[in-house]
Design a protein around this ligand. Structure first.
Ligand SMILES: Cc1ncc(COP(=O)(O)O)c(C=O)c1O
Length: 429
C-alpha cells in the first residue's frame, strides 16, 4: 500500500480520495474514454528524463528505446527534448521517421534484422546500425556496397560474465544478443575489410530492470574497457559508446528507486578514469533506456465488473486483464509472480478490507490474474482499479488479440488537457 501511495504522490496526484492527473479526475477521464484504458502523464516522463540527465555527465546523450512504448507522442516528446531514438524493427523505424526523427538520430539494434529491413534503412538513412552477429556484419557490408552507401556500424558486445546484473540478464552468458566479447576482434576485422562499413562504436547491453547503481557502474566500466580495446585495435578514436538501457523502476514493495545521486557520482569517477585517453577523448556516450523514462508515467485502468466468492476466496473481475497488460499478470518472463502496484483509484485513502482478494480479468484462463491475495479497500462493482508503472512494456508487450476483446485506448495528459492518442478498436485482428 505504502509503495502505491508513494507512486501516486510522485508521479500523479490525488484529491478527495481519487487519483488526479494534472488536476483532472480519473473518474472523469474514465467516463469520457470508457474503461479499460491506459492513461499517461506527460509531466512524469519529463521529470524522469530531467532527473536522469542530472545524473549524466555532459558527454552523454539519451536515446529513447521505442519498444517500451511506440506511440508517436512519446517519440515526439523525446525528440523535442533533444533525444535520439533506438529502434529494433523496420516498423519502429517508419514510426520514428513519421514522428519527425531525423534518420541520423536513429540507432538500429536488435537480433535478426532481415535483408529487407537493412536494405530499407540503409537506403533511406540511419545514424548507426548495431551489429548483433558476424552474419549481420557481412549482410551490412554487402547491402551498403550494393547501394553505394557508407554505413556507420557499432558492434553490440555480449561481455564476459563479470558485468552481469539486472532482473533479466541478457549478457555475460550464451545469448542471441550481441557478438561475444571473445569474437570482437574477428568482427572488427570484418568491418576493417569492407570499405562501405565505417567502424563507429561499441554497444553494450547486459540486462534490464537494474535497480542498483553499482551494477550499472560495473557494466559501464566494462563497456569502457571493451570500447578502449576496440578503438586501439582499429587504431581510431571511437565515435560512440552506447551503454544500453536497463535502468530499473520499483515495481514491488521491497524495491527502491535507482539511486541517481550514486549513479552521478559513479559516472563522475568513470569520466575521471578515462580522462586523457586519446581513443575516448571525443567519444559520444549514449544510454538508451525505455522502462526508466516511460514506465512511471502510465496507469492501466479497468473497472470492476463482477465480484464473486468461490469456496471462500473472493475475486474481483475486471473489464480488462492480461491481454492488455501481460507483465502485470506475471506472465512476461517473471519467475516469481508478484503483484504490480495496484490501487482502487476512487478509494485511494480508504483502509484495506480485512480480506485479501484476487483481481482477475475476463479471459478464460487462470493466467489472467492481475493481482493475487492483494489487500484493497472493500470493492464494489463500478470501482476503478489502477495498475501503476504501466507506461513501458505494458500495452506494447501484451497479447491483445487473445479472445478478441476490444483493444484499449490510450489517453495522454499534457498541460492539464487529456487527449486521445489511440482509439479503442473492436479487436486486434
Ligand atoms: C537493444 C536494447 N536497447 C534498449 C532497451 C531498453 O531497455 P530498458 O527498457 O530496460 O531500458 C532494450 C530492451 O530490451 C534493448 O533490447
Amino acid at each position: 500500500m505504502e509503495h502505491v501511495q508513494a507512486l501516486v504522490d510522485q508521479h500523479f496526484g490525488r484529491s478527495n480520495d481519487e487519483l488526479h492527473i494534472q488536476g483532472l479526475a480519473i473518474s472523469e477521464i474514465s467516463e469520457t474514454y470508457a474503461t479499460p484504458l491506459f492513461v499517461y502523464n506527460a509531466e512524469a516522463i519529463e521529470s524522469q528524463l530531467n532527473s536522469l540527465r542530472q545524473a549524466l555527465p555532459s558527454r552523454f546523450n539519451v536515446c529513447y528505446s521505442v519498444k517500451a512504448n511506440p506511440n508517436p507522442i512519446f517519440m515526439k516528446l523525446f525528440l523535442a527534448q533533444g533525444c535520439g531514438l533506438e529502434i529494433a524493427s523496420i516498423g519502429e523505424y517508419q514510426r520514428a521517421i513519421q514522428a519527425g526523427c531525423p534518420p541520423e538520430n536513429i540507432l538500429f539494434a536488435g537480433p535478426g534484422k532481415t535483408e529487407a529491413e537493412l536494405f530499407e534503412v540503409i537506403s533511406q538513412g540511419i545514424g548507426e546500425i548495431h551489429a548483433e552477429s558476424l552474419t549481420e556484419l557481412e549482410r551490412l557490408g554487402r547491402i551498403s556496397r550494393e547501394l553505394g552507401k557508407q554505413t556507420h556500424v557499432a558492434v553490440r558486445v555480449n561481455p564476459t560474465s563479470e558485468a552481469q546484473g539486472g532482473a533479466m540478464q541478457m549478457g555475460g552468458k550464451p545469448a542471441p544478443f550481441g557478438i561475444d566479447e571473445e569474437n570482437l576482434e574477428q568482427a572488427l576485422d570484418v568491418i576493417a575489410a569492407e570499405s562501405h562499413l565505417q567502424f563507429h562504436g561499441i554497444h553494450l547491453f547486459v540486462g534490464t530492470q537494474v535497480l542498483k547503481h553499482e551494477v550499472l557502474i560495473t557494466q559501464y566500466r566494462k563497456g569502457l574497457e571493451i570500447a578502449r580495446h576496440a578503438a586501439e585495435y582499429m587504431d581510431t578514436p571511437l565515435s560512440t559508446l552506447d551503454f544500453g538501457g536497463g535502468l530499473g523502476i520499483p515495481y514491488f514493495g521491497n524495491e527502491s528507486s535507482l539511486d541517481l545521486e550514486g549513479l552521478r557520482l559513479g559516472l563522475q569517477q568513470l569520466m575521471a578514469e578515462i580522462d586523457g585517453d586519446p581513443y575516448l577523448a571525443k567519444t559520444q556516450f549514449l544510454v538508451e533506456p525505455g522502462r526508466f523514462l516511460v514506465g512511471p508515467c502510465g496507469v492501466y485502468i479497468a473497472r470492476v465488473n463482477d465480484i464473486k466468492v468461490s469456496r471462500g476466496k473472493k475475486f474481483a473481475i475486471l473489464d480488462g486483464g492480461m491481454h492488455h497488460h501481460l507483465a502485470a499478470s506475471g506472465n512476461l518472463g517473471q519467475v516469481i509472480k508478484r503483484n504490480y502496484p495496484v490501487a482502487v483509484l476512487n478509494k485511494l485513502e480508504q483502509h484495506p478490507a480485512e480480506e485479501a482478494i484476487d483481481v482477475v480479468g475476463p479471459l478464460c484462463t487462470p493466467l489472467d490474474t492481475l493481482a493475487r491475495n492483494v489487500s484493497l479497500p472493500e470493492l464494489e462493482i463500478g470501482d476503478l482499479v489502477g495498475i501503476f508503472q504501466s507506461g513501458a512494456y505494458a500495452r506494447a508487450a501484451s497479447p491483445m488479440g487473445f479472445l478478441s476483446h476490444p483493444v484499449p485506448p490510450e489517453v495522454w495528459v499534457e498541460r492539464g488537457q487529456a487527449i486521445l492518442i489511440n482509439e479503442r478498436k473492436p479487436y486486434a485482428h
